[in-house]
Structures are given as structure tokens and as C-alpha cells.
Design a protein around this ligand. Structure first.
Ligand code: COA
Length: 445
């Protein structure tokens, strides 16, 4: 069976930066370490006044197409995953295609375009759609462009304001891919939950603490389901585990839970037994409360073991490096985690070809998905081509007053005009409104 997976990836960050410990925390009267140590964040990316989900998505896709030498007729699908859409009918992918058609000779008239919605998991669902389309033999030799793009902004004063972000990830899904092959096996954990939603409103209604619990519960369900398809997972089975990263502190919690799960009934659990005992099993307790107390105690002890710390430092921590500097990109965030870890491996000179990633996606509302990816021979060239470090370094560092203005500019309820902070160069920009309320775009050389 021919391999199907991600052939190439490109990242586009919003051009502005909010320093969380330096600028945000002092204004909120909070300890900077709540951000750096608690949430695990140094900064958030923000869109300048001429940027939005279309410009960021089209800019990432343009870089990807140029680098891979792709023309519009190489692309049979364009799927945009977003939870920041501004139109209930016309999909963002049509705007992106319109942008790209300004700079390429061909057009996308024979590409199937759509928009995927399920909170942050929609990017991974779009990968699934592309994979299934290719596996079904309907692609006629073409690949799919999947773009995850979001402006993850919260209402001013909401607890989520600490975890904002803005950026896009573009991926080309094709046969015989250069970056990673996707596994046919996958597992789901899905339930009707009310943790984060936007009922016809721009900024989310969030029960932040509950969303953390729901993330963990659904992720565990997805892991169990994955094991019924692929067999039991052991820590030695995968090199890295990129998870959806709304903020790195969330992944810290998920990783501990996942580690406890995958070491159960293994020699690792046996080796740790002398130090911290064996994992509590429900049948060993009279009440559910006693069982939960014992579990909490075990988890606290597990967190401090050398085995866990080493595993976390090697397998999880390198997935968080970009996220720490950009905040939450919603649909793009798990794809940023994959890019982070591959970049870290490249910088270490590690030979990853043939190794496995265990990828955990999550969307509020709520659903988690787990699948495996096998790193392909061409991965080093693909990751080498990323210029994400330069993009992050080039962002304009906003003062508190700048931040207040920028937040207002992107608030659909407000009509404010603000001078741009950065000068666009070789990128698509928002260019005002058309006669039917459509958004217009142009390419700036
Ligand atoms: N030094 C070190 N750590 C600190 C600290 C300090 N001075 N002050 C706080 N912290 C830690 C807290 O203990 C907490 O960590 P813990 O959960 O491991 O205990 C963390 O920093 C966050 O602090 P908290 O007081 O819980 O922050 P908050 O009330 O502002 O809410 C969220 C945090 C994540 C709930 C909030 O930002 C949110 O609603 N985000 C949007 C929803 C979201 O992203 N959900 C994730 C699932 S998709």
C-alpha cells in the first residue's frame, strides 16, 4: 500500500507579539511566573491590523507551494480548519484560493474546497479527509492543501486572555510523502460537552477549568480506543508525542496521565514499584473516593520519579518550544507541536527516519483523536526549510497600549482604525470590504 501523509508543512505567525511575563502580567497585577512556569508561556502571537485568518493561511500556503514547486493544478482539495470564521456560508478556503490565484498563473477551479469545524481538532479532521480522499483513489495524482488558521482571541478580562495566539499552519497531503506517513489506525474519545463554545459570537464562552478536565478525559478515551485498533502502547513504541497545546501547562497534565496509562502492566511499573508502589486499581478499593485519592497520591509520586522526568524531557518537552512563544493557535496548535519536535530533533542531529510519533489532537465540545505517524526519509530537508525562528524574532513587540488597540481592531463589534505596526512584505494583506460585505485581499510585493 502506498504511504499517504504530510509531504510538507509551513508555519505563518501573526506579525505582532505580546510579552506575557514582561507586559501582560504586570498590567494584570500577577506574578510573571504564573505565565512562564504555570501556563508555560513566554509570549503570544497577534495579527497586525492588515492580517486575519485568510492572510495568515494564504501566506503559509504560498510559502509551501513555492518551496515545493507546486502549481494550482497539483492541488485537488483545499480544506481550511478554523474556529475563527467570519462567514456562515462562504468558506475561508475560497478566499485563500482567491489570494493564491493572484500570484499563480493557474486556478483552483477543479479543486474541492471546504471548511472544517470542530474546535481545535478540525485541522486533524481535515488531514483525515485528505487521507481518505487519497486512499479512496479519487485524487487523480493530486494532493490536498490543508490549512489550519485561527486568531485565538478572548474577550478582554476573560481568563483565556492569558492563552491567546494567532497563526496558520499549511500542510500538503500526498502519496509517498516527504515528512510523515499517517497510520490507518486511530482512536477517538468524543462526547457532548459544554466546556468552550462560540454560539454566534466572536469571543468564546469558556469554562477554562472544566475544559482542562474534559481534555484529559477525552484524551484518555481516545488512547484506549487507539489501543483497541493498534494494540497496547508502550513508551518505547514512539520517539515523541505531540499533543494539542492550548498552553504547555495543559500538555504537562496530559503527559503524566498518558505515562501512567502506558506503563501500566509493564516492566516500568514493576521497576517503579519499590519506590512509589504499584498503580491503584479500582477493584482494590471500597469506594470510588478512596480509589481517586490513591490515584492522586500515585500521580504525585510518579511525577517526581527519575523515569518520568527523563521520559518527559525527551518525549514531550521538545514538542512545546514554538508554542511557548506563540500561545494557542487552536486548529494549528497540534501541528505546531509536531513541527517543534521535528525541529528540535534536527537541531540535535538525531536520525529520526522510520521512527514513530504518537499524535494527540483535541477539540472542545468535545473530541480527542490519537493516531501514529512514521517519520519519512525526506523529513530533514522539510524541517530545515522552515523559517519559523526568523518569523518569531521579527515580530513587533507590543506595549500594553498597542495591545489594547490591536485587540479592538480585531473585535468585530468595534469599528476602529489603527495604523499598522509592521510593514508587510511579500505577503497577502486585508484590503477592505466589498459591496456585499465580503473581505478583499491583495498581495504586497
Ligand atoms: N508560579 C508558578 N505557577 C503558578 C503561579 C506562580 N506564581 N501562579 C499560578 N500558577 C499556576 C497554577 O497553579 C496553575 O497550574 P496548575 O493548573 O498546574 O495548578 C497555572 O499556573 C494556571 O493558573 P490558574 O490560576 O489556574 O490560571 P487561570 O485561572 O488564569 O486559568 C486557564 C488558566 C487555562 C483555565 C485559562 O487561561 C483559560 O480559561 N484558558 C482557555 C481555555 C483553555 O485553553 N483550555 C484548555 C483546554 S482546550
Amino acid at each position: 500500500m502506498t504511504a499517504v501523509g504530510i509531504d510538507a508543512i509551513e508555519i505563518w505567525t501573526g506579525n505582532l507579539k505580546l510579552d506575557l511575563p514582561g507586559t501582560f502580567a504586570p498590567e494584570k497585577g500577577e506574578d510573571p511566573e504564573k505565565y512562564t512556569k504555570g501556563l508555560g508561556l513566554n509570549a503570544s502571537s497577534f495579527p497586525d491590523s492588515y492580517e486575519d485568518i485568510v492572510t495568515m493561511g494564504a501566506n503559509a500556503a504560498h510559502r509551501l507551494m513555492d518551496r515545493k514547486g507546486l502549481e494550482p493544478n497539483d492541488i485537488g482539495r483545499i480544506d481550511v480548519a478554523t474556529e475563527s470564521a467570519f462567514d456562515n456560508s462562504k468558506p475561508v478556503s475560497t478566499y485563500v484560493a482567491g489570494c493564491l490565484e493572484q500570484v499563480y498563473d493557474g486556478d483552483f477551479h477543479h479543486a474541492n474546497k471546504g471548511e472544517r469545524k470542530f474546535a481545535c481538532i478540525a485541522g486533524t479532521q481535515s488531514l483525515d479527509d485528505a487521507y481518505n480522499w487519497i486512499r479512496a483513489g479519487r485524487n487523480r495524482g493530486r494532493g490536498a492543501l490543508v490549512i489550519a488558521t485561527d486568531t485565538a482571541l478572548y474577550a478582554r478580562g476573560d481568563a483565556g486572555e492569558a492563552t491567546q495566539g494567532a497563526g496558520a499552519v499549511a500542510m500538503y497531503i500526498a502519496e509517498d510523502p516527504d515528512l510523515v506517513e499517517l497510520s490507518a489506525e486511530q482512536g477517538y474519545g468524543s462526547a457532548d460537552e459544554t466546556d468552550f463554545l462560540k454560539p454566534n459570537q466572536q469571543f468564546p464562552s469558556v469554562d477554562g477549568k472544566r475544559s482542562v478536565q474534559v481534555y484529559l478525559a477525552r484524551m484518555r478515551e481516545a488512547l484506549e480506543d487507539y489501543e483497541t485498533a493498534a494494540g497496547d502502547v508502550h513508551p518505547d513504541d514512539f520517539a515523541f508525542a505531540p499533543f494539542h497545546t492550548p498552553f504547555p501547562g495543559m500538555v504537562r497534565k496530559a503527559a503524566l496521565l498518558a505515562y501512567r496509562h502506558v506503563i501500566r502492566d509493564t516492566t516500568i511499573e514493576d521497576e517503579l514499584a519499590d519506590e512509589i508502589g504499584r498503580q491503584p486499581r479500582p477493584e482494590g478499593f471500597d469506594t470510588d473516593d478512596d480509589y481517586r485519592d490513591a490515584l492522586r497520591e500515585y500521580m504525585d509520586a510518579l511525577k517526581d520519579t527519575e523515569q518520568y522526568r527523563e521520559w518527559y524531557a525527551e518525549t514531550i518537552d521538545p514538542t512545546l518550544s514554538i508554542s511557548r512563544e506563540v500561545g494557542n493557535w487552536y486548529t494549528g496548535s497540534v501541528h505546531v507541536a509536531r513541527a517543534s519536535v521535528l525541529k528540535a530533533a534536527l537541531e540535535e542531529g538525531r536520525d529520526l527516519a522510520g521512527e514513530t510519533l504518537l499524535v494527540g489532537s483535541y477539540g472542545s465540545g468535545a473530541q480527542a483523536e490519537i493516531h501514529a505517524e512514521t517519520v519519512r526519509d525526506g523529513w530533514e530537508d522539510e524541517i530545515e526549510a522552515l523559517n519559523v525562528d526568523d518569523q518569531l524574532a521579527d515580530r513587533y513587540d507590543m506595549s500594553w497600549e498597542d495591545y489594547e488597540e490591536v485587540h479592538d481592531v480585531h473585535n468585530h463589534e468595534m469599528d476602529v482604525d489603527v495604523e499598522e505596526f509592521t510593514a508587510p512584505e511579500s505577503e497577502f494583506v486585508f484590503d477592505g470590504w466589498g459591496r456585499m460585505g465580503e473581505r478583499k485581499y491583495r498581495y504586497v510585493e
